[in-house]
Design a protein around this ligand. Sequence first.
Ligand code: ANZ
Ligand code: ZN
Length: 863
Amino acid sequence: MSDSPAVYVPAEIEPKWQAFWLQNETFKAEMDTARPKLYVLDMFPYPSGAGLHVGHPEGYTATDIYCRYQRMRGRNVLHPMGWDAFGLPAEQHAIETGTHPRDTTRRNIDNFRRQIQSFGFSYDWSREVDTTDPKYYRWTQWIFLQLYRKGLAYVDEIPVNWCPALGTVLANEEVIDGRSERGNHPVERRPMKQWMLRITAYAERLLDDLQGLDWPEGIKEMQRNWIGKSIGADVDFAIDGSEEQVRVFTTRPDTLFGATYMVLAPEHPLVGKLVTDEHRAAVAAYQQQAANKSDMDRTELSTEKTGVFIGAYAINPVNGERIPIWISDYVLVSYGHGAIMAVPAHDERDFAFASTFGIEIRAILEPSHDAARAVGLDSGELLKGKACWTGDGRMIRSANNQGLDINGMQMPAAKKATISWLEKKGIGKGTVNYKLRDWLFSRQRYWGEPFPVIHCPTCGHVGLPDEQLPVRLPEMTDFKPAGDARPPLAKAAEWLAVTCPQCGAAARRETNTMPQWAGSCWYFLRYIDPHNDIRAWDPEKEKYWMPVDLYVGGAEHAVLHLLYARFWHKVLYDLGYVSTVEPFQRLVNQGMILGTSYKDSRGALVPNDKVIERGDTFIHAETGESLTVFPAKMSKSLKNVVSPDEVIAEFGADSFRLYEMYMGPLEDTKPWSTQGVKGVHRFLYRAWRMILGDAEQPPPRITDEPLDKNKLRLLHQTIRKVTEDIESISSFNTAISQLIVFVNEFLNEKQQNREAMESFVKLLSPFAPHIAEELWQRLGHIETIAYAPWPTWDESALQVDEVDVVVQVNGKLRARIAMATTLTADEMQAVAMANERVQELTTGKAVVKVIAVPGRLVNIVVR
Ligand code: ANZ
Ligand code: ZN
């Protein structure tokens, strides 16, 4: 072959095979009910202007290995890729430069596609989706309408972060200490009409169904915490001298006898009614101050407790005591009922508050001696109101003359007894609360999906009929917000005007757009049937391909994306559009890849372009000071971002892929090292040389002559190890180690066994597919290796021969032990020393010398 390089040159083979796969549609997936399917999904990227970073190919390589392996095992594999392309950066770029977000997005997608294809991933490119394509978002809008018609989408007036200086609403992440992250301008909370999705209606199912998922336990736990189910009770408190009542939610109804005051959220609707004239001014001032704090800051345990007394008193229903009512920002208006009964002896935040304001602290529960001792609690202090105890214990001081006596009970029994007493009296009941809030689903942005909803003066909100989809984004050149917190779309006058589909009156379109999460809530369903213009997807295809069997991506999506997608999926399930309750059966999180950074002796960070390598040390280019190396998150400012394009140009895609998998278990955080890439590159070079030779080494003769026992065993060990490691998904690194051992053993032979070489190439192919295709072809195959049958191992070939080894102590025969013929002298010695009889004779004595003759004898000399 004239175009055959004598040595391994990735640049000469990789683009060739990538073109081959694309032209031949090698990885095109077709529904085939005769074959078992496998749906393997990557979290599709946001195509940023910066291009791919080294974290992307980590997960993509892992799924690619799994897919290529499973195809060779005969599975019908669906493995698609697409673009999550709506979002803020393209819009900000548009505001700064006037470039339309669509153009920026298109350019970035082209660059991402080029980069991803340069890795040789086995995607079915005919299924590519782009969330910003009207052909795609038509169906995002359609799903929204399904939610809307089911009563799961509604408009509510809720506080948003409004920045007057920037003239825009900011996301929580964009606000730092009450000021805008960009520009440091003051931000205020102001109520605005927003679209909300009723995810809370699915809280219980989102929680329950986690059970059946093959996900990392940590991610499940994060979802559980996010949903935050609390079991407790609602209790109604009468107000002294008023008809009003205040309802509180408590997880500790057992502590009612210790409730010595009550706290309302500053925004609680009853504050205005209950406040006495004397306290009105102070209360108003406090409310003002609380309005500008985030919920996060307010509930922080460590922050100092603030608040004011409003002059009114509630009646504690268990003992009739008057307890003062305060407002404080540690009580959130959005949780429970926005009001609490405060039990300072048994709740940390209440304890801090009561201590600050001199309110009575009354213990009503005593821990056991052991429990108190374990944390150094002095029970005497607790009883005197000088300490707080949040654990379990025996109830004290907790009885009234109206049929409630929980003294002596432990917490669970006391809770139960109190709840049934409250229920009998009609002043409370057992309830469940969730931390999960409804999902704020509108953004005041241009570059997002328009809502398929209009506002009619007579009909109110009207969802558009399906025929009117998609509602396309209007052409605009000015993407700045319209001022006064109105979104940019409010300026598209022509686009805004519509007729109401219900009554025909002149109406206006909704000007908010959907958040970036929308498109990623269902993209895995569109991949199934991406070109369908009649439906979002075909039900038969959905039944065949769903659920996603394996989903790989970063742990940063542990909660929001994965929860939102599960929510939509359940709604679609209830409507009969999908056949599985959950979308993603198995989830694996890839770990972060860190860069290399440097710091000087004072601990100051030194950007990488100011560092010079001197042998094994690193010095500051300007000061000459020697620097310490440490792994750190890759960042532009540290100039330690590794560019995939450069690594591929230097070492090739196969080396890149192999290196990222060789760095360690998939889930671990790992530091990048270009030295490491060199190492695996050398391995690939040697693999090539093993089969085809190179400039110094003539190609071996490929024969059918049988392998000797040791080589045969190594071959079968390698097949087994690589197979099992790929199945685990996590330990690709040890599979690669085994391939390296194989090459070390087989390298430089004048003659190679065909079956061994072909099996090796197959085992290598999921990891390094370009070189594998090339070697496969040069071994005489015409078809792609992508569907060649995966090799299987033979248990009998793994068997190790054993011989009886004679074990002597001081020259006398003491034992005969069966040992594998493959053991080294050291291993034989270890086996001999572990023998019971030998131990009897050697313990307490000094071992002077050990002689081991492989396959024959071990002699131990002791004194
Ligand atoms: C009395 C009590 C006594 C409480 C005690 C706790 C310990 P989780 O578990 O997170 O659901 N709470 C209720 N509504 C609140 C609100 N809107 N803002 C801030 N705190 C609120 O927490 C439930 C507990 O948090 C409730 O139980 C209530 O305090 C408080 F020894 O009631 B507890
Ligand atoms: Zn109308």
